[in-house]
Ligand binder design. Structure first.
Ligand SMILES: [Zn+2]
Length: 328
């Protein structure tokens, strides 16, 4: 299938090229509805990972247009999302493994069904291992933090506390089910946590700010005895962890990155099932939508994060028939 594809031709410079997208026996040929912009790929954009020229994009969702002979359970026209085969999501058509793809319900806006980051949220939840009556803290109410809040909302926890420095994000956290919000710019986080949990402190803290200095704050907020410190973010610098408190409190540090999953295909299945169940909501989280032709602009805003930026997506044909339309 003829397809446009975005190539990073040199660091910080994209170019749209034409390609022929082919697919194998065990693959689906998918027309891309959307592909999410992920901060991890800023590493590629800046030349820290990979070699140019290279394609990017792993948070894909699309419509099945052709199927390999060795795939089953799909029909042409199905909307699917799943694990990426390669980083080729910023294009019109991609080939994906049937066995790692899952059907999105017809009630879900196709451009909302970004499977891969939701798979990562499932892995984070596994690390948090919420138990009945736990107090949980989400540090950083970015997209991942907000999805985690959506999944953890409900009545299982004694408290689900969102911490950020942005009141708009905290308002969203509240809307999605956080029981308490703390603005770390204005409030003393340890005092507030002590008060909310009545001195118990947190059973788990999900660290999503990406700031290494916050890790020690998280350690302070955890209870004595097997509190779970869940590292959802990636960190650029080494920092120094307060090992004395880690040891004194017997804290468990869990890096909930893909290796933590043990079965990413199954975590992907779980993620799509929560999406189809209405647990994961995207309407207020996807803040910016770009055409494929504007990929350069898309990565620049991913980098600069203009006011109100939460999550950007590329919709190859934003003004085409399949785009369901919303702000951005
Ligand atoms: Zn990603």
């Amino acid at each position: 299938m003829k397809s446009r594809i975005a190539y990073l031709v040199e660091p910080n410079q994209f170019e749209i090229r034409e390609t022929e997208t082919v697919y194998g026996d065990d693959e689906l040929l998918v027309k891309v509805e959307a592909c999410g912009l992920c901060t991890w790929e800023l590493n590629h954009f800046h030349g820290r990972i990979g070699k140019t020229p290279m394609s990017l994009g792993h948070e894909w969702v699309g419509t099945v247009v052709e199927m390999g002979t060795n795939t089953s359970g799909f029909m042409i026209g199905d909307v699917v999302t799943g694990l990426p085969n390669q980083l080729t999501g910023f294009s019109d058509y991609i080939a994906v493994k049937g066995a790692a793809s899952f059907k999105v319900g017809p009630h879900i806006n196709p451009v909302h069904a970004l499977g891969e980051p939701l798979k990562c949220v499932i892995t984070v939840l596994r690390g948090a291992a919420p138990e009945a009556g736990d107090f949980g803290i989400i540090m950083g109410a970015g997209p991942m933090g907000l999805w985690a809040i959506q999944a953890l909302s409900g009545k299982l926890l004694a408290g689900l506390i969102a911490v950020d420095i942005d009141d708009e994000k905290l308002a969203l956290a509240k809307r999605y089910g956080a029981t308490h919000t703390i603005n770390a710019k204005r409030e003393q986080v340890p005092e507030r946590i002590n008060e909310i949990t009545n001195g118990h402190l947190a059973d788990f803290v999900i660290e999503g700010t990406g700031s290494v200095s916050v890790i020690n704050d998280c350690i302070q907020l955890l209870k004595y005895g097997r509190g779970r410190l869940v590292l959802m973010s990636a960190y650029k610098s080494a920092g120094s962890i307060d090992m004395e408190t880690v040891i004194n409190k017997s804290i468990e540090i869990r890096a909930t990155h893909p290796g933590y999953s043990l079965n990413e295909v199954d975590d992907q299945r779980r993620a799509v099932s929560l999406l189809n169940n209405g647990v994961f909501q995207m309407d207020q989280i996807i803040s910016h939508v770009f055409e494929l032709a504007d990929i350069q602009k898309a990565f620049e805003s991913l980098e600069k994060r203009p006011p109100g930026y939460l999550k950007g997506i590329v919709v190859p044909n934003k003004y085409g028939r399949s785009y369901s339309g919303f702000h951005g």
